[in-house]
Ligand binder design. Structure first.
Ligand SMILES: Cc1cc2nc3c(=O)[nH]c(=O)nc-3n(C[C@H](O)[C@H](O)[C@H](O)COP(=O)(O)O)c2cc1C
Length: 230
């Protein structure tokens, strides 16, 4: 097959449009040098006053097994914690609730899990806490003293990481579910009280045959988020 060299702008467009959250991975390890390269790309993100907030913790071995089992146990026992930062609007306006429902439908639809299938949804939810068995499990933290601006900066670094991974044929999924148990995560990983838990990140080579990776989400129309004021 002839290799067609795309102009750089097309390469970027392809990178952003082909990236999707992946929730099933091949058990193929990611070389440490490649992970380092991806993290260096993530760190190229701009940040206010170049403060470069946030830390990416790679969780392995016994620490990873313990964290996953602690999280699953807490989830099964119905433990509730106050998150370190607010994520969703509360109450969620109807227009956003529709988007939330559509993304849930895309995920559970791909898995054949019906609307009433509570236990099917619980099983999939617990997969978050296992980092979807990705070869690389990251926990993203930020110093608690940062306000919203720090989270804004860190979000850019996270997206940079996702795109850098994508450019190397790797896939990712952010795991906000981890942020619902901040005290447990800190305890399990022996982290300082100043560490706010932002999210987890699963990273690895996508298992393209897995039904869950057929999840496809839509984006709202340009006029819903862009307008000119003159
Ligand atoms: C900060 C953040 C947290 C997320 N948390 C989760 C999560 O806990 N579990 C999950 O399955 N997906 C999670 N996602 C993935 C979103 O559901 C996904 O990005 C969204 O539906 C758009 O789909 P796409 O990434 O495939 O384009 C998260 C995404 C972001 C950016």
């Amino acid at each position: 097959m002839a290799i067609v060299k795309l102009p750089d702008s097309d390469v970027f467009t392809r990178l952003v449009t082909e990236r999707q959250s992946v929730r099933a991975f091949l058990q193929e390890p990611v070389p440490q040098s490649l992970l380092h390269q991806i993290l260096m790309s993530a760190r190229q993100a701009p940040s206010g006053a170049n403060l470069q907030p946030g830390t990416f913790l790679c969780i392995e071995g016994q620490a990873r097994r313990r964290l996953s089992s602690d999280l699953i146990e807490a989830c099964r026992n119905g433990i509730k914690e106050v998150e370190d930062y607010g994520y969703f609007p509360d109450p969620m306006p109807m227009s956003l609730r529709r988007r939330q429902a559509a993304s849930a439908q895309a995920l559970y639809g791909a898995l054949g899990i019906g609307r009433e299938d509570r236990s099917g949804r619980d099983v999939q939810f617990e997969r978050n806490f296992e980092f979807f068995d990705a070869p690389v499990a990251l926990v993203v933290t930020i110093n608690r003293e940062f306000g919203s601006g720090g989270y804004l900066d860190l979000g850019m670094a996270i997206y940079g990481l996702m795109l850098a991974a994508q450019s190397h044929g790797l896939s990712t999924c952010a795991i906000g579910a981890l942020a619902t148990f901040p005290n447990l995560v800190r305890r399990s990983l022996d982290l300082d009280a100043h560490c706010a838990i932002v999210c987890g990140l699963a990273l690895g080579y996508a298992d393209d045959a897995a039904p869950v990776n057929k999840t496809k989400t839509m984006r709202c129309a340009l006029q819903d988020y862009f307008r000119v004021i003159a």
